[in-house]
Design a protein around this ligand. Structure first.
Ligand SMILES: Cc1cc2nc3c(=O)[nH]c(=O)nc-3n(C[C@H](O)[C@H](O)[C@H](O)COP(=O)(O)OP(=O)(O)OC[C@H]3O[C@@H](n4cnc5c(N)ncnc54)[C@H](O)[C@@H]3O)c2cc1C
Length: 295
């Protein structure tokens, strides 16, 4: 199939893009990498009257280190995560997960902010933004606002973005000392959307006990599943097989995954248990500086 007819604009500045968004409101769609919007248009699952192509806005294609934060502009491609010298050391969770996003050709075009704005519940980046407490910076007619991931991701492919707003930047806070992270997922084939994926973040105290932990999953809920109750079981504990089993069990117990053609709810729960234990084990090694520390 081919898309329904639409009017096409290619603004030369962010201001022009925002003016167009304000003029056309919910009849318009931003075109970033087009890796999700393209198929939706072709299948006529989306039929916007207006497309606002932001691909000429090179000044928002940045990934930079600023004030301790990693700042990623709206047009930065997913592939740049793998090529950036900045990311592997300080934000290894992003670096470890990036190769699981589809295939290299797709990541050459797909943007980081586009994936967040699209909010597919099986996508990697929304779960990672949640696990790392990213800040989402949004521009619109009323100026700038920022949202935390739990405010931004509202439901299945639905965010708090208003039709006239642009997700302009995502900011990842500085890494905390003695923190280890791990991303693990299971997909039927490499490059497919994950059946279940998990981001584990583990911060140790100087005495080696656990100061804080996060477990955030993709593929098991309409928005990233942030298993806070499970992760909180680890706080103050000796991080070991026993405490990891308890957290993994709790995360599975409190999850509400669905069944579909790809996997049953029971299988997804099983994956939550297995992947959580393994991811916590890896995160622990990295928090202790064991191995080469690389993802
Ligand atoms: C075969 C295939 C396999 C894939 N596998 C995976 C996978 O394993 N994991 C994964 O995470 N993703 C996967 N994807 C999706 C891919 O990562 C997309 O690149 C991503 O979801 C959207 O980014 P984009 O820049 O292409 O956005 P687009 O497709 O251009 O836009 C997607 C949506 O977001 C909106 N949007 C985009 N940018 C902004 C912005 N800055 N502000 C406001 N709204 C905006 C658009 O209007 C549109 O509604 C796959 C896609 C395909 C086709």
């Amino acid at each position: 199939m081919k898309p329904a007819p639409f009017e096409y604009f290619a603004p030369e500045s962010v201001e022009e893009a925002l003016d167009l968004l304000e003029q056309h409101g919910d009849t318009a769609k931003i075109l970033a990498g087009g890796q999700s919007l393209g198929p939706l248009l072709n299948m006529r699952l989306a039929s916007p009257e207006v497309l606002i192509d932001i691909n000429r806005l090179e000044d928002i294609a940045y990934i930079r280190h600023d004030d301790g934060y990693l700042k990623i502009g709206a047009l930065a491609r997913q592939r740049t995560i793998e090529r950036s010298l900045l990311i592997p050391k300080s934000w290894p969770l992003l670096y470890e997960a990036a190769p699981y996003i589809g295939h290299p050709t797709l990541r050459n075009r797909g943007t980081i902010c586009g994936s967040l704005a699209h909010a597919d519940p099986a996508a990697e980046l929304p779960a990672i933004a949640t696990a790392l407490d990213a800040e989402l910076h949004i521009l619109g007619p009323e100026g700038e606002r920022s949202a935390r991931p739990e405010e931004f991701f509202e439901s299945y492919m639905t965010t708090s973005l208003k039709p006239e707003e642009l997700l302009a930047e995502v900011r990842f806070p500085p890494p905390r000392p003695r923190t280890g992270v791990a991303w693990l997922e299971v997909a039927r084939r490499h490059g497919d959307f994950a059946l279940v994926g998990v981001a584990a973040v583990l911060t140790l105290r100087e005495d080696g006990t656990c100061e804080a932990a996060r477990l955030v999953y993709t593929g098991v809920a309409p928005v990233p599943y942030d298993a806070r109750e499970a992760a909180e079981l680890l706080a103050g504990e000796q991080p070991d097989g026993e405490s990891f089993d308890a957290a993994a069990e709790k995360a599975a117990e409190l999850s509400e995954p669905g069944s579909d053609v790809h996997a049953s709810a029971a299988y997804r729960r099983h994956l939550i248990r297995v992947l959580s234990r393994r991811a916590l084990g890896k995160a622990l090694e990295r928090a202790r500086g064991e191995g080469d520390g690389s993802p």
